[in-house]
Structures are given as structure tokens and as C-alpha cells.
Design a protein around this ligand. Structure first.
Ligand SMILES: Cc1ncc(COP(=O)(O)O)c(C=O)c1O
Length: 290
């Protein structure tokens, strides 16, 4: 079965799906994107993702390519046409196609929309086996990391460095020695005093939808946490650490730069939050067979 992409109004096999060389996404990384998990055929936290997309578009002054309802229908159609029951849909909106000049095209051109889908991991039954190793890496990104733009070169270089060192994620550290986030995930710790913490939202980090969903669950369950950033030294001294992202869900970080975090095993808080999140997204018991 060939994969199908939505490209500017048409559903096309990938080999025929293409954009212009003058698409501003290609020329300038002048665009924004979303990754929405699909589990048991459902788009997870769709509202949070579409809200963040609207915010990203407004921040960079790209018009919305279509109504929210129409976009939701396209996302579902792409997932369905690709028979994706567990995986993700990817969407990207750029400022459209125009002769290469830095200022916005005038007169305005329509934004360009591409949507793809692919199969991926289900939420595992348990966090054991889902843990990862990370490295630390300087945060060399721009000053508006709160916008989910397609300009990801520093993230690419950071994740490649992680891979070359046998790790999965790169934890980004700013010039003051504070942790911002992962190259493609938010990061949380249970600090050496047992406090569950993640950095408060600011322009240095992406407002993760998984982060937001987990905070909602913590509040519902009356589990204490603090939105308070931490230094690299605090991360190294933490009892537990974990990532949150659309594709990692709640993912234990067991080693950092080769040294164990805590005792190097999945900790009790991470285990509990993993279970909470798994239940939130439907968990194993709700999966229908494809
Ligand atoms: C830099 C960065 N931070 C955080 C996240 C987590 O965001 P979400 O939970 O919405 O996937 C991502 C996701 O790709 C990311 O790229």
C-alpha cells in the first residue's frame, strides 16, 4: 500500500506528492508544524494541538489554511487513508510559494498545507523497556522556542550528537547552566528533595501538549508539582527524570552523559505518571485491532 499525503488540497501517493522549490518552507523554514499522536485510531489531545497550531500561526503571521473543523477532517482522512491506527499525523503550514525574497510575499499568497501520517509505537504496557539514555548539549536555538517552527537545525544537530553517543535524546542546557528542554521533548525531574518539577512556560521552551495534558492529570489527581526550572547540576542530582512528548508519551530518562539518574531504574513517580498518561490516551485495554 503506498502512503498518501495531503498536499494543498489533494490526496496523493508520496511519490507524486511534492511542493515547489519556491515554497517558503523550503527556502526560509518559514512555517510551523504539529505532530499529533494517533492511538487506536483516535487523534490524541487534538484540541491542544490545534490550539497550539493557531498560536504558532498567529505568532509568525501566517494565515490559517482552513477552518479548524476542516483541518480536523483532513487529519482524520490522512490517518484513515494510510491505515494508521497507532502512530502519528504530521502537518506543516508554510507561508506559501513566492519568488525568493525575505519579506512576506505581496500580494499575499495562500499558505501551503501538507499532512502526512505514519505508523508508530503504541503506548507500551509498562515503562520498563521504554527508558532512554540522554546526553547534555548546549542550547543554541533562537529566542522564540515557544513557537513550533519547522526551523529545527539546532535540534537536528543535538539529536544527531545524541545518536552518535549511543543515546536517544539531547537535554539542552543554556549559557547559565539551566536546563531548557530536550531537543524534541519537555523534561521533568523528581528533585533530590522529592519535588516533581518542570520548567515554567517561557520563550525558551515549547509549550508541549503532552506536558499540558499531564499537568491536567496531575491537577485532577491532586498530585503536587512545581513549574520551576532546574539547573544541570539539579538534573544530575535528581532522583528521577522523564521526558514528555507526543511520540514519547511519558518516557523515563535513566542515564545522562553515561551516568545513572537516581539508581538508573524507572522510579515510582515516573511509573505512576506513565500509568496515568497511558490511561488518559486510552491505554492498552482500549486498543482495537487494526
Ligand atoms: C523542542 C520540543 N519540546 C517539546 C516537545 C513536546 O511537545 P509535545 O508534547 O506537544 O509533543 C517537542 C515535540 O516535538 C519539541 O520538539
Amino acid at each position: 500500500m503506498s502512503r498518501i499525503a495531503y498536499v494543498n488540497g489533494r490526496y496523493l501517493p508520496h511519490r507524486e506528492a511534492a511542493v515547489s522549490i519556491e515554497d517558503r518552507g523550503y527556502q526560509f523554514a518559514d512555517g510551523v508544524y504539529e505532530v499529533i499522536p494517533v492511538l487506536a485510531g483516535r487523534l490524541i489531545d487534538e484540541g491542544l494541538h490545534l490550539d497550539r497550531l493557531a498560536r504558532s500561526l498567529a505568532e509568525v503571521r501566517i494565515a490559517s489554511p482552513m477552518s479548524r473543523a476542516a483541518l480536523g477532517a483532513v487529519l482524520r482522512e490522512v490517518a484513515w487513508r494510510n491505515r494508521v491506527r497507532d502512530g502519528m499525523v504530521y502537518l506543516q503550514v508554510t507561508r506559501g510559494v513566492a519568488r525568493r525574497e525575505h519579506p512576506f510575499p505581496a500580494p499575499r499568497v495562500p499558505p501551503a498545507l501538507v499532512v502526512t501520517a505514519r505508523r508508530g509505537a503504541r503506548v507500551p504496557d509498562a515503562p520498563d523497556g521504554w527508558g532512554i539514555a540522554a546526553i547534555t548539549w548546549p542550547d543554541e536555538r533562537w529566542a522564540r522556542c515557544d513557537i513550533k517552527t519547522i526551523g529545527l537545525l539546532p535540534n537536528v544537530l543535538a539529536r544527531q550528537a545524541a545518536r552518535e553517543q549511543g543515546a536517544y535524546e539531547a537535554v539542552l542546557v543554556d549559557g547559565a547552566g539551566n536546563v531548557t528542554e530536550g531537543a524534541a521533548a519537555n523534561i521533568w525531574i523528581v528533585d533530590d528533595a522529592g519535588v516533581l518539577r518542570t520548567r515554567a512556560l517561557d520563550p525558551a521552551i515549547l509549550p508541549g501538549c503532552t506536558r499540558a495534558a499531564l499537568i491536567g492529570l496531575l491537577q485532577k489527581e491532586d498530585i503536587g508539582f512545581e513549574e520551576r526550572g532546574f539547573s544541570l547540576a539539579e538534573l544530575r542530582a535528581a532522583r528521577e527524570a522523564f521526558l514528555t512528548s507526543a511520540t514519547s508519551f511519558v518516557r523515563p530518562v535513566l542515564r545522562l552523559d553515561g551516568a545513572p539518574i537516581g539508581d538508573g531504574e524507572v522510579g515510582p513517580v515516573t511509573r505512576r505518571l506513565f500509568a496515568l498518561f497511558a490511561a488518559h490516551v486510552g491505554g492498552k485495554s482500549n486498543h482495537a485491532d487494526p
